[in-house]
Design a protein around this ligand. Sequence first.
Ligand code: GLA
Length: 411
Amino acid sequence: MMAVVTAVPPEDTPRWLEPWSLDEGADRARALFADAFEGEPEAIASAPGRLTIVGDHTDYSGGLTLATVTAHRTFVAARRRDDQAIRVVATRSELVDGPGPRWEGALDALEPGHPGWPSRVAGVLWALAERGYPITGVDLAIDSCVPLGTGLGSSVALGAAVGRAADAVWGLALDTEAGGVELAEACWEAENTYVGFPCGRLDPHTVLRCGDGEAALLDFSEIPPFVTRYPLYFHEYGLRLLLIDTGARREGWRDAYARRSRAAVRAAAVLGLPSLRSLKPHEALARVDALEDTPTRIRARHIVSESMRVRDTIAELSGLGPAHDRFTRIGALMLESHRSLSADYRVSTAELDLAVDSAVAAGALGARMAGAGFGGCVVALVRTGALEQVAERVVADFAAQGYARPAFLQV
Ligand code: GLA
């Protein structure tokens, strides 16, 4: 008999995390379902992760973000029940807090605040029931290739996929433009009220309202945010968004996130405004630079300047000038965004800074941390032909610093 040899890339070569195809993801969820609950699911739904191109830590201040979705998705197989029981089985439960791979509860007994990964599933069902949708018990099987803890919104991919599965089995008519808004708001409520993590609306409104190959401009001055979609045509011009998963996640990041969103509210209050977004663009920087308290001033400066970079990025994306110049400028804006998140907003880490610097040194047009920060992932704008060389340089620089080997994804 022939031995099966699994190719393990040597330590000094980049490790690429390939997404599953829609069929593969659906097959996996179906197989998990059959194994756990017997029989066939009624529906299989999925949702992607979220990738910020420019515009982080702006959503809770009424600012702007330009974001897209990952090819990596979370898949949910679902079947309605006649009673109130909720039975959930999930892979990768050993990597997150919670009761292990299986959880059971009851729809009419759900209470906000229960811990661990099941709260992300139960929270969305709870939020839909609270909004009056006629749902009952359900069996759910969940599998995912969205990397965990990378700042790519693995939690929202889970919640959104559960919401879409609920829509499919109960026919809630949420697969429309308005339905996407409604479901995103339900997911936001689930995260804020049920899970109990106060966060902005960026993640659910991207994941549920931005399509593959699109970039979504989210304007958080309105609730729910207003979304304008643009074609994301980097591929046509021989460019890719390279994601560098540093693998690092700092303990206590949620408290640090909450402190920053409180600082944003404080800065607006000191300026006598409902939110920092109320500042007029021509005076915004001068007014925040006049704030006396240094931490408040530098945090506010990031928030205000980041929305300006989003506007400038959109202008380049939709501009008519030579493509090379526009992409170079977008790369520079990404780099400015990173410097601001690192120096002013203080949400970067040594690993993220190194990934940005080595990607740019190896030829990336620009790079920045993506998401909440405190570890996680960097996104770099890279020519397709230079992907391998950029990844190799990052791996070598991480090894030289004694950091864990990073992993790579593409959009
Ligand atoms: C997390 C939050 C979002 C947003 C980002 C930073 O992903 O969930 O609401 O604030 O951080 O842009």
